[in-house]
Design a protein around this ligand. Sequence first.
Ligand code: PHE
Length: 478
Amino acid sequence: MSINRGQFSSKFGFILAAAGSAVGLGNLAAFPVGAAKNGGAAFLLLYLVFIAFICYPIMMAEMAIGRHTCRNPIGALNKLSNNNPVWNIFGKIAVLTPFMIATFYLVLTVWVLGYFIETSRGNLNTLANSESFGNFIASPSLFVYTVIVVTIMYAIVNGGVKEGIEKAAKILMPMLAFMLLALVVFVLTLENAMSGVVFYLVPDFSKLNGAVVSGALSQAFFSLSLGMGVLITYGSYLQKNADIVGSARLVAISDTSIAFFSGLLILPAIFSFNPNVSPDELSTSSITLIFKFLPQVFMSMESTIGYLGASMVAAIFFLAVFFAAITSIVSLLEVPVAHLVDDKCVSRKKSLVSVLIFMLILGLLALASFGMITFLSQLPGYGGAESKSLFEYIYDMFYATILPFVGFGICIFTAYRWRQHNFSKELSQGNDRYQGSFLEKYINFSIGTFIPAFILFVFITTVLSVYFNIDLIAILFA
Ligand code: PHE
């Protein structure tokens, strides 16, 4: 069907693009908040265990399915299951999910761009004002920022796999890493920064409980871009002789390192702002932290480096976050585009324009659900909440619920439909040492047993808590 699907230029190009997808708001905003509130290094250790023992095998499964079939998730699952209708529906969910997640991710990316532009224009003091976030998210300038973000997304994805996605990652990822490290070095020189480091690196195991465990797994899943068909799609552009085992490992390591360094930036910055800060009061979510709290932290640097210096630090931070977000959102966009190109024989440009238009419409509605349009901001609530916004609907349904569900399905599909020996064969291609290794034994055992079982458990607890306000973990361990 698809004659010219495009391919990454090398294994390295693939790793950078996949790392570009993985490193995003999850690392730069959500991870530091998770670590701050849930026991610092204790959370980090738990997160590392999940990455290594649960997420890494799923990551390889997604990449292997993609490379083996050279298809997007729907085409891939159809091909490997002989068009089985159940797996076809599952494939459809794996294409719809990134599309929907992209709509809420778009809102956040637009805000980040807005914060970058505002801080660069010298408006850090306005952003540091406590009411400013409320005004910002309802301001008409957001529509202009949306147009800018969508145009950048169009330009990158329209360039194709090699000249668009891979090139963008090759330019933006090193810049992001450099800016992040420079900020870490600078922040560590600030007064009281060390108390933040101590807080971050000394584990407090008493904070770990069932909710933290399931939160850490969802966080690890989202951060590695799993359960969204992204890695199936990127894997489908990978050369046949490339090493999936090694590439996936590097992607997981880079993603985790960036998350680690973000913590090393944000926590010391907060402690230097207020050495007596209580982490429980820090923020309720990562969104509140980066948009409401961090501008105040940057503003407090005025006394040491002046207003210009503080504004520069803030602008560099938001630019780094923006780069991370852009390389992630284009990977979400690529999944439905690849589906239309592969399965519906639509040209890349046409697919891209149609997907982007839908994404833009939904994204704008989600953007407006932060108070601009009352109806969208106050949809009927569930799970104990009186009302929820459209943004929260999309978030709860696709991020909290469907994501682990797709992850569960990928494990079952790989183990029982595609079968372990085919999976192993695909992983051996490009890696001579895989066959017979301990890793192979571990993966073949876990991918059809405790990994899906654990994910299913997290899925059930999440559904009960989000939609029915029932805390299963508390009931089980009471
Ligand atoms: N991994 C990205 C992050 O950490 C988000 C993302 C998820 C991107 C899934 C693509 C696919 O922010």
